[in-house]
Design a protein around this ligand. Sequence first.
Ligand SMILES: Nc1ncnc2c1ncn2[C@@H]1O[C@H](COP(=O)(O)OP(=O)(O)OP(=O)(O)O)[C@@H](O)[C@H]1O
Length: 847
Amino acid sequence: MRTIDKVYQVLANNTSKKYTTTQVAQELGLTRGDVSTYLTKLFQRGKINKTGTRPFYWQAKNDSGKFKKMIGVDGSLKKLIAKCQETILYPPNGMPLLITGPSGVGKSFLARLIFEEARRQKVISPKAKFVVLNAADYANNTEILSSALFGYKKGAFTGADHDSLGLVDQADQGYLFLDEVHRLNFESQEKLFSLMDSGQFYPLGENKKPHRVQVRFLFATTENVDNILLKTFLRRIPLQIYMPKYIDRPLNERLQIVLQAFVKEAQTVHRQLKVEQNILNKLLQKDLPGNIGSIQNEIKHLCASAFAENPVEDPIIIGQPNEALRLISSDSDVISFGRDIIDFVPKIKKVISEIKLFLQQEKTAAEINIMIFEILNDWFKLTSVNNAGNLKRNFIQKIGSKYGVNVDFAKIDWQKSSQIIELITLVYDQFDDEDASLINLLRMKFPRSIYLFNQFMQSVLPDKKIKDFTYILFFPLFGSISPKIEEINYNAILLAHGKKTATSIQAVVNSLCGNYIFEAFDMPIDSSIKQINSKVQEYLDQQGKNTVGTIVLFDMGSLNQMFKEIKSISNKELLVINNITTAMALDVGLRIQQKQKFKEIAKASTKYGETTGSQYYQGFSDQKNVIVACMSGDGVSREIKKIMDNTLSGKLKIITVDYKKLRHLLDQEDRLFFSNTEFVLTTTEIRNKIPIEIIDIYDVLDKSGALHLTTLLENSGEKLTQIKVMIEQFIRFFSIAGIRERLQILNPDVVIEEVQYITKRYEKYYNIELDEKTRLNLYTHISLMIERMVLTKRESKDLVSINSETEKEKEFFSISKNIFKSVEIKYNIIIEDYEISLIYQLLSPFI
Ligand SMILES: Nc1ncnc2c1ncn2[C@@H]1O[C@H](COP(=O)(O)OP(=O)(O)OP(=O)(O)O)[C@@H](O)[C@H]1O
């Protein structure tokens, strides 16, 4: 390779990088002066760009040369083509390359372009040849294959009456492209890799004078090479590229491929074409084994039969004349064609953001539907997919029959819904799925309907992940029925062994109730309780947070064991009933539908039959437990739980509970919930009427408090040494140093100073002096609160205001707003009334 080419190659290897002259010189071990001369020459020839002034920066122009002919050169094939460029320039004689991929994806096409590009870049002579051998043509005759490749000497075999040059000789100084290389037998593979190593080979019948050649090799195969090619042979081919299937190519590239084929037909028949949009959409979604090749064939057929039908027509109409048609002529611009389909991507994005807005504004599903239809109106005009009937049938089968939802089918616009599905499928690859905010929002508002929607979507988009944007279909399909589905506030599950037992009971009960009450899982006869349990868990994980609890009906096995398993994954109320029958499931279903209380349903379940057993659990845990609930948030409770779990014996189950929920349960005096609770740990004093010990964790920072907690834990069987370690860790956690460690984004020194100031202002206003413990509690609480607010910024319109009940409280709210003003401005946050009410609870005993 000439030095100037070496210099160019350094830049071409990384076209995104800018190099100084010195960097290039260092990389090649040449003098700066020489390199500078070459760089200037390359610049004058227009091969590289120059920027900056002393030092100059040089950058190779991103010139794809012959590869420009390849659709996707700047898109999905960009990296792959950069690799091909590397193989062309690799000194001294290029680099062998193996192109893999299914049939018809463009392997041969790429191989030829590599050759053309090598010629353009002058790394091979203008006379160099591109020799092709398809090993499949010789599949059953390895002798002939070998002689075709390597040639033979007169007399090598019967009929060899003269010396004959093989393809390898013909490809000397140029390229040999071996297609379907997996068909080469081992002997030929060995011969080839020895040729690649030594640059010489022996024709058949020749063993004295080897032929010396300089050949660049390209290989292609549709197979998985690891199992078929010799390891030694493969090792000799350092670079492999995989060409993607047609359907895996991005939409704009598929559009270009389709148009290019139509343009070619228009050129052949010297006519213009008018192609129905629906036909284009179908072509864009085809997943054919022959990929691009098959698409081209289909287009050829379409054109040929349209032409045959009406040979004098111009333009030729492909499709129905009264549908939306697109004009394609022999000079149509492939790049800009069909861009309007891609223009629906921003429209869909608009639909998504409008849905979010509409949901916040509590708009009805009907209003949301109108908005969606309006924005996508152009799409409905452009296409008229005749798939509404299928969609309806599919929907009735999946949702209507199984989940029994009595739908007023007339309310659903099947035509538009199926057109939206068509659009979703077409633009699917244009959306990444980093933003799951729509689904989260919908899940909060419509947990049960979203569950059904997901079930249904799996049949609409099999093998595809349900991306966030696909939820735009939720409203047209589920908008009108979701209010009814969401009325049910239990998780009810049927589990039965056998192929259809559970699902057939489900279909009967759900449709008699006219609503989705039960989900059902048919379990193979040999499935273990663990497997069953993981099904249940998966289901429960997808359900809303506000359900009352879970009811599970199952067919056989130990009630006790099943109950225990499910209990371990749910801390809500739970009722498990065994020996399920359809009648029993119907009774439970009707009770759920009538919104009966959990206790009533549990009570009724005891009377189902002699063989039936039921177990009802109401409470946090059936194990001895300690409840941790901190008003500074779940994070703090979880940390405390962690400390306790790590230091204590594990005999006590440590359960974290939302602070508000705990207060609610205590206010309700719901003793059953606490029947196994040893004590409650919180960060504030809570008044309570039920006989349960509530410990303010800040008390533990004092000696007497620590002693009290120690006694309680010792009574529960914990060891003194472990308790001491635990208390040590609590003290650390609830110190200023502890607060510092827990702040993730704010500067602890600044925040703590601010919080100290806020505390002082309260003390001054009320003329009080807080004790150490309360102060530390306030410090922790307020600093974490500020950080929380910063992390989850909300608009003022989203905030709920709390009405103060007493004069004292009103006064507290009003001065607090004042005290927090500067913090609010500084961090651009709004302190919610709820937060102030928590601080009030902390301070009210002192003011
Ligand atoms: N990126 C592309 N841009 C434009 N045309 C392409 C592209 N890729 C493939 N084609 C066209 O698709 C057709 C099939 O390509 P090709 O024959 O190269 O596929 P292949 O992978 O070698 O198939 P096989 O494994 O069946 O031999 C050719 O007509 C080719 O010109």
